[in-house]
Design a protein. Structure first.
Length: 227
């Protein structure tokens, strides 16, 4: 989402952070994120816009707890290919979707820019190959995977979509679970599967107070790479 939308949609927990926390981000992350923010913006708007970045990189355990109580709808998992040589999970977080790929692929690779989230994923799913990297510039060779996935990670960003196509082999599948702006994908030739909304399992009150109402992923957009 763009800057203005990120400010507008910041969950209630943005108040947990202050502008001083932006300085605590890893240097490369801070430089990357601040380059997207217009100059002269008030501190509170900057913090609101960077809410998710601050969670991912400074308090990854909070994101992991949220993901635990927002399970992916089982029918979306069932719709994925059941047997591939290599599966890639992009912006894998702490492994919510990655864990579902291990039984479907001979080799599973998880790409994630947050060192904290990647550490959680590696401890939890040691058989997965962890790779530090951004979706806009994946450190993966062209045509590496037959199944490239992401969950609630991004929308129709041209640079990211180009990278997803680059790393996916001809005839392979790109599958995005609950991306931003699913209507755009559907209008541009992606197949959409919309599962019934699921109620989040019983969870601590602080999660709603921090992240807002939970919404387990229930949308799947897929496209086959033809060339």
């Amino acid at each position: 989402m763009d800057y203005a939308e990120a400010v507008e949609k910041a969950p209630p927990g943005w108040r947990h952070f202050g502008i001083h926390d932006v300085a605590r981000l890893p240097d490369d992350v801070r430089t990357r994120e601040l380059s997207r923010i217009p100059s002269g913006e008030p501190d509170d708007r900057v913090v609101r816009a960077l809410f998710w970045t601050l969670v991912y990189h400074l308090e990854p355990e909070r994101w992991d707890e949220l993901a635990r109580f927002e399970p992916i709808h089982p029918s979306l998992i069932d719709a994925l290919p059941s047997r591939v040589d290599v599966a890639l999970d992009i912006a894998a977080g702490s492994g919510r979707l990655t864990a579902q790929l291990v039984s479907r692929a001979k080799k599973t690779i998880a790409v994630e820019p947050s060192a904290g989230l990647l550490a959680i994923l590696t401890r939890r799913i040691p058989e997965v190959q962890p790779v530090a990297g951004w979706a806009e510039a994946l450190p993966i060779e062209a045509g590496r995977s037959q199944l490239t996935v992401a969950c609630a990670a991004f929308g129709p960003d041209p640079a990211i979509l180009a990278e997803l196509r680059r790393v996916t082999a001809r005839g392979g599948l790109i599958a995005l679970v609950s991306p931003e702006n699913p209507e755009w994908f559907e209008a541009n030739g992606w197949r959409r599967m919309h599962a019934p909304e699921m109620r989040a399992p019983a969870h601590p009150v602080w999660i709603d107070e921090f992240f807002g109402p939970l919404d387990p992923p229930h949308d799947l957009l897929t496209i086959t790479v033809e060339s």
